[in-house]
Design a protein around this ligand. Structure first.
Ligand code: KG4
Ligand code: ZN
Length: 363
């Protein structure tokens, strides 16, 4: 077998159907990365509807695989293995991906590798920038929020995370409360740019408690209270009120993520890493004010800051193919007994999280 490995990755754990082909040898290339989103399918429901998502994945997976192969100019016989997200996520979608991957593996005889979706995100800095272990990772999206020290392709230490909503979920709910379009993150950020972040002093939950755990659900309730107060006092809210509420909300999320990142960095830096690095992944990492705060803190602490290109920060299959390459190199293989798992914590020694996010049960 040559040292060059070519892997097809499949992703279907939430509301993006994706297939990608990554080739790794002396250099790493993303030969194709196809993502079919489902935003319009769920738009009328104010959130991802699991049954609709699962059906759409079943319809789209084959097409995404065909498109990925065509884009890469390859056939299934040019591949070394199939990697697939086997959890955590919405079970119908994960099942659709696992069954598709099993079908391809059975038909071609190619090895099958089940990948943890969170490991896919957490290993992305190695795909994009060849990051060396150990590095600190902040996963911050509509479904996840956690600090992980990546120590190896199969070794992650969880330093803390949200105990209720993920920040992206809080942005989305805030947008809904203020009549702004989904996804909420970009619309709230746009409004916040016109607002005064100091007018409404929203809470900074859990900052008074030690450690890196976070909470975002109270923030949305506080915002709802402020909105209702304005409505009962003035009969409605003005555009400026809305912008100020968005600015206050964004400032609170930024402050919480910033302070908890400081603490996570301190814990990580105690490991005495030669070239310390903090990397982010997830849609919320697109937020300019959050990104700027994280960058400032990492430089204050003497660590490098890495934000991979947004298309690789949000859900995609290139990260699953890459995690598959790391597992393949480590000799890991699955077979037809590979199970789809709604929950699959990366660090099994960490305390389980409560609640459920956009992606269903939290890992
Ligand atoms: O990673 P992602 O595409 O999907 C998962 O949740 O896995 O993240 C989507 C989330 C949404 O909740 C969206 O509102 C949020 O990321 N988001 C943002 C921004 N852009 C996207 N949140 C804050 N500011 C943004 N600019
Ligand atoms: Zn994700």
């Amino acid at each position: 077998m040559s040292d060059t490995i070519t892997i097809l990755g499949l992703e279907s754990s939430c509301d993006d159907t994706a297939a990608a082909i990554v080739r790794a040898g002396t250099e790493t290339d993303i030969l194709a990365s196809i993502v079919a989103g489902q935003t319009e399918l769920h738009a009328d429901f104010g959130g991802v509807v699991p049954e609709i998502a699962a059906r759409a994945h079943t319809e789209k997976l084959d097409l995404c695989v065909e498109e990925a192969l065509a884009t890469a100019g390859l056939t299934l016989h040019d591949l070394d293995a199939i990697a697939v997200t086997a959890g955590p996520g919405l079970i119908g979608g994960v099942l659709a991906g696992v069954m598709t991957a099993k079908g391809i593996a059975a038909a071609t005889g190619l090895p099958l590798i089940g990948v943890n979706h969170l490991a896919g995100h957490a290993l992305t800095p190695r795909l994009t920038d060849n990051a060396g272990y150990p590095y600190l990772m902040l996963l911050v999206s509509g479904g996840h929020c956690q600090f992980l020290v990546a120590e190896g392709s199969d070794s992650f230490k969880r330093l803390g995370g949200t105990i209720d909503d993920a920040p992206g979920e809080a942005f989305d709910k805030t947008a809904r409360l203020l009549g702004l379009p989904q996804p909420g993150g970009p619309s709230v950020e746009r409004e916040a740019a016109k607002g005064d972040p100091k007018r409404f002093r929203l809470p900074r939950p859990l900052l008074d408690r030690p450690g890196c755990d976070m909470s975002f659900s109270g923030l949305k309730t506080a915002l709802l209270r402020e909105r209702d107060k304005l409505v009962s006092e003035k009969g409605g809210i003005t555009e400026q009120d809305r912008a100020d509420l968005c600015a206050g909300f964004q400032a609170a999320v930024t402050d919480v993520l910033a302070e908890k990142s400081r603490r996570a960095l301190d814990a990580y830096l105690a490991l005495d890493t030669e070239k310390p690095l903090i990397a982010v992944a997830g849609g919320v990492a697109a937020n300019t004010s959050i990104r700027a705060a994280l960058e400032t803190i990492s430089h204050e602490k003497g660590a490098d800051f890495l934000a991979p290109p947004l298309a690789l920060c949000t859900d995609n299959a290139a990260m699953i193919a890459w995690a598959g390459i790391e597992k393949f190199r480590a000799g890991s293989r699955d077979d037809m007994t590979l199970a789809a798992r709604p929950r699959w914590p990366l660090d099994t020694s960490a305390a389980p999280m409560l609640g459920s996010g956009k992606k269903g049960a939290k890992a």
